[in-house]
Structure formats: structure tokens, C-alpha cells
Design a protein around this ligand. Structure first.
Ligand code: AKG
Ligand code: FE2
Length: 203
């Protein structure tokens, strides 16, 4: 692992939240190593979501891990976390070092190409508490990430590079939506790890 020097972090959002782009926190070699390891070792599942009453199986795959077998609900599906793998634990530690924040779970996304993305949403699940901090580590293809203010509709976008870290915190989830737009330009896969801190454990 490389030692991180100093970051000059500027809030990407003009108001209503705090989102910081740390840039690359992994070398290309480390990023490639973790990409391959995660691709082959995680328990990937295709999500089933209900859209307008229809059951749809997403192309994007996800995996859900944590320090306990947390239950997590998003897009109306509930899943039980698997326990950290050694690679996920190492990446979690790296992300905690960079952000100075604790994380106990991670939703991992696998986008096979630019044809897969994620539509507008916020990560404001009750389990995450009132002002959730979400740290997003990107591996593989560079993709554009866009935030949109709920009221003003102002947009802010950032290119998430291979091995880079983005942190959303404070009021971001309350006031802004985010998305990963689909693009025909990107042919390569990408893995994204969103580290979260579950506060309330559902009974
Ligand atoms: O892939 C990304 O960069 C975004 C993922 C995301 O927003 C999520 O998992 O909630
Ligand atoms: Fe999200």
C-alpha cells in the first residue's frame, strides 16, 4: 500500500452537503490486483427490483459484506451481509485511514460495461443514521458520477478514476441525489465499493 501524503480537499458541492474527491488512493497495480481478487472471490448477485409493479433483474451485480451479518434493505430488497473477506478488510482499513471515519459494511457494485449504470437515488436508509458518511472506492473503468440537488436541480459531476476515493457526508444524502450515467463510450468493467456505517441493527 502506498502512503498517502496530504490532500487538498475541496467540497464539490456548492451548498446543502459535503462531498470530497480524494483522487487516486491506490496505485494502478494495487487497483488491478483488488479488481481481479474481488471479481473472482465475492458472492455476486443480480438484484431483483420492482419497477412499476414489474419484477426486473438488473444486469449490474452486487455483493453485500460487513463486520456482522447485517440486514440491509434497498430498492425494497433485504439482504444479509456476508463477513469481510481479507481483501475487503484491507480496503476498508485503507478507506478509514484516508477519511478518518469508521465503516462496518460495504455494498459492492459490478458494472460489466458502460451499458450498466445506476439511476438517480440517495442512500438515506434509516439503518445509516441521520447524516450518513458513504465512502466510494472505484476500481477499473473510469466513469462519470453526477450529483443533482433535489430542489434547484443543479448538477455537479466528477470522473471517478481507477483506484480513487469519493466521500459523501453531512447533508449530502438529504439534499442531493446521485447517479452513475450509462455511456456507450466505456467498454470495460468497473467495480465500485461503497463503504457505509450501519448504526441501527434491525431486529
Ligand atoms: O458506482 C458508483 O459510483 C455509485 C454507487 C452507488 O451510488 C451506490 O452503491 O449506492
Ligand atoms: Fe448511492
Amino acid at each position: 500500500m502506498t502512503k498517502i501524503e496530504t490532500f487538498s480537499l475541496e467540497n464539490l458541492l456548492p451548498y446543502g452537503g459535503e462531498t470530497f474527491y480524494f483522487g487516486k488512493i491506490l496505485t494502478p497495480t494495487e487497483a488491478e490486483h483488488y479488481f481481479q481478487q474481488l471479481l473472482h472471490s465475492l458472492d455476486w448477485k443480480q438484484d431483483e427490483v420492482i419497477i412499476f409493479g414489474k419484477r426486473i433483474v438488473t444486469k449490474r451485480k452486487t455483493a453485500w459484506y460487513g463486520e456482522k451479518e447485517y440486514e440491509y434493505t434497498y430498492s425494497k430488497i433485504t439482504r444479509k451481509a456476508k463477513l469481510w473477506t481479507p481483501e475487503l478488510k484491507a480496503l476498508k482499513q485503507k478507506v478509514e485511514e484516508c477519511t478518518g471515519l469508521p465503516f462496518n459494511s460495504c455494498l459492492v457494485n459490478l458494472y460489466h460495461s458502460g451499458e450498466e449504470g445506476m439511476s438517480w437515488h440517495s442512500d438515506a436508509e434509516a439503518e445509516l443514521g441521520k447524516h450518513p458518511a458513504i465512502a466510494s472506492l472505484s476500481l477499473g473503468a473510469e466513469r462519470k458520477f453526477v450529483l443533482k440537488h433535489r430542489e434547484s436541480k443543479e448538477k455537479v459531476s466528477v470522473d471517478l478514476e481507477n483506484g480513487s476515493l469519493l466521500l459523501m457526508q453531512g447533508e449530502t444524502q438529504r439534499n442531493w441525489l446521485h447517479s452513475l450515467p450509462k455511456t456507450k463510450k466505456v467498454k470495460e468493467p468497473r467495480i465500485n465499493l461503497t463503504f457505509r456505517n450501519i448504526k441501527k441493527v434491525k431486529k
